[in-house]
Structure formats: structure tokens, C-alpha cells
Design a protein around this ligand. Structure first.
Ligand code: COA
Length: 151
């Protein structure tokens, strides 16, 4: 089930996300993630979670419009460790696209240059690799820009 993030979800979600190798690489500790998610809730950003058997399984965090003055932006999609590879990411990506399509014709996202699995995932879902932003976040990592026309 995909549903909006609730304030009560934030501490456990932050702990689950912080355990992912990607979050460790970017220095996103449970404390930083909890503060960032709470602030994003306060700003009314797009925050959808996947719930499976009553437990949180993943997150899609996005801005529905405004990117390059044309589209939505997926800030973070992540499926908590044990649940990866079972279609939860696909369900979250589709929910993000449906929310964005109500306001924008385009979806954008950035993915780390080393994250081959996620790049395959996006390409399979119709995203095109359109550029790279070297050292944007971490000095030794390029952020690859992906784009999908939604309508
Ligand atoms: C990328 C991610 C969101 C995909 O969600 P998912 O539920 O695992 O994906 P699905 O089951 O819908 O699809 C499986 C595909 O996802 C990709 N994938 C990426 N990382 C994966 C992982 N650890 N396990 C399984 N599949 C993964 C692969 O392309 C896989 O297809 P394959 O069988 O050809 O390798 C998820 O694996 C994840 O959270 N990874 C860690 C965080 C991350 O990299 N987020 C993206 C940041 S830009």
C-alpha cells in the first residue's frame, strides 16, 4: 500500500533509511534524516511511503513541480534493505509520477554515477540519461540527471 508519510512514521523511517549503504556514503545519519523529513513534512513536500504487512517498506520524496521551471523532481526514492527487488520501488515510482503528472509534464531526478542498480531501474521505467553534474554533492561523485516526459 502506498500512502502519505505521517509524522509518527518519521523516526523509524529515518533509522531504516540511514542503514542503507547509499545514505552512509552521503553522510545521512538517522538524526539528519529525521530533521530533514520533518522539515519537508512542514513544507508540504511530496512524501509517500510504501507499507507492507503493517511495516514501512520505502519512501518516495519529491517536489511536484518547479524543476527547470517545467517538472517534478524526485529527491529520494528508497526501499528499506530487506524489501528491495520485489517491486516496491516500481510502485513508489509510479505513485510519484502520478502525483507529478497532475501538475507537470516532466519528471526529473539525479542518481549517483556509481549506482548502477538504480540507473537500470530508472531506464527500465522510461527515464533517459541526459547529463551529469560532477561533484555536485560529494566531490568524488557525479550526479547523473535523468528525465522522463510524462505526457
Ligand atoms: C533503486 C530502488 C529504489 C529500486 O526499488 P526496488 O523495490 O528494489 O526495485 P524493483 O523491485 O521495483 O525493481 C528491481 C530493479 O531495481 C534495481 N535495483 C537497484 N538496487 C537494487 C537492489 N539492491 N536490489 C534489487 N534491485 C535493485 C535493479 O534494476 C532491479 O532490476 P534487476 O533485477 O534487473 O537488477 C531500491 O533498490 C533501493 O532503494 N535501493 C537503494 C537506494 C537507492 O539506490 N535509491 C535510488 C537513489 S537515486
Amino acid at each position: 500500500m502506498i500512502r502519505p508519510l505521517a509524522p509518527a512514521d518519521v523516526p523509524a523511517l529515518a533509522r531504516g533509511l540511514a542503514a542503507l549503504p547509499l545514505m552512509v556514503r552521503y553522510g545521512r545519519t538517522p538524526e539528519k534524516l529525521e530533521a530533514a523529513l520533518s522539515a519537508a513534512l512542514g513544507r508540504g513536500e511530496g512524501l509517500l511511503v510504501a507499507e507492507e504487512d503493517g511495516a514501512l517498506a520505502g519512501l518516495a520524496w519529491f517536489l511536484p513541480a518547479g524543476t527547470l521551471a517545467m517538472g517534478g523532481y524526485l529527491k529520494l526514492i528508497a526501499v528499506l534493505g530487506a524489501g528491495q527487488g520485489r517491486g516496491t520501488g516500481a510502485a513508489l515510482l509510479e505513485a510519484f509520477e502520478a502525483a507529478v503528472a497532475r501538475e507537470s509534464a516532466h519528471a526529473f531526478l539525479l542518481v549517483s554515477d556509481f549506482n548502477d542498480g538504480a540507473q537500470r531501474f530508472y531506464e527500465r521505467h522510461g527515464y533517459r540519461r541526459v547529463g551529469a553534474l560532477p561533484g555536485l554533492v560529494l566531490p568524488d561523485v557525479g550526479e547523473v540527471l535523468y528525465w522522463r516526459r510524462l505526457r
